[in-house]
Design a protein around this ligand. Structure first.
Ligand code: DQA
Length: 160
């Protein structure tokens, strides 16, 4: 099982940008914690950050047939990108979106979310801890998929 973590524009600036909103933690530190959880649970994990919409679309497409789960913070593209939304929808891989800040308590332009309707779930406003919650959610989804696959295999065996 493989999870791909996709980080959108300006998230490489965590620890520097607006610490009053996003906190002091750097992206590398968040990823190190996620990596620990992944290895404790025997799951492969890959990290990707880009400031470019098309590169994020390409990465989502690359996940097709390669990853069983996507955790994405599309950052500002959350509010504008039909292309990222369509890519998530196209690959049909369980996806959890994360927002560090509570976007619903911020500017009006952040209230519009084009990504959430094509995601399994959204984790919003927990600070960097939201990525940990998303990992927990994704592991749960993966366990459910595994259990369903095993049940199907058992049923096929019983029929043969
Ligand atoms: C963000 C919220 C977005 O509105 C913003 O553009 C970001 C970060 C968050 O994690 O809280 O860059 O996605």
């Amino acid at each position: 099982m493989k999870i791909v973590v996709i980080q959108g524009p300006n998230l490489n600036m965590l620890g520097v940008r607006e610490q009053n909103i996003y906190g002091p933690m750097k992206l590398e530190e968040i990823h190190a914690q996620m990596k620990d959880v992944a290895s404790q649970n025997g799951v492969e994990i890959e990290f990707f950050q880009s400031n470019l919409e098309g590169e994020i679309v390409d990465k989502i497409q690359e996940c097709y047939g390669e990853a069983q789960g996507i955790i994405i913070n599309a950052a500002a593209y959350t509010h504008t990108s039909i292309a990222i939304r369509d890519a998530i929808s196209a690959v049909s891989i369980p996806t959890i979106e994360v927002h560090i800040s509570n976007v619903y308590r911020r500017e009006e332009f952040r209230q519009k979310n084009l990504i959430a309707p094509v995601c399994a779930s959204s984790v919003i406003g927990f600070g960097p801890f939201g990525y940990h919650l998303a990992m927990m959610g994704m592991l749960q989804i993966m366990n459910e998929i595994k259990a369903a696959q095993e049940a199907q295999a058992q049923a096929q065996k019983a029929q043969a």
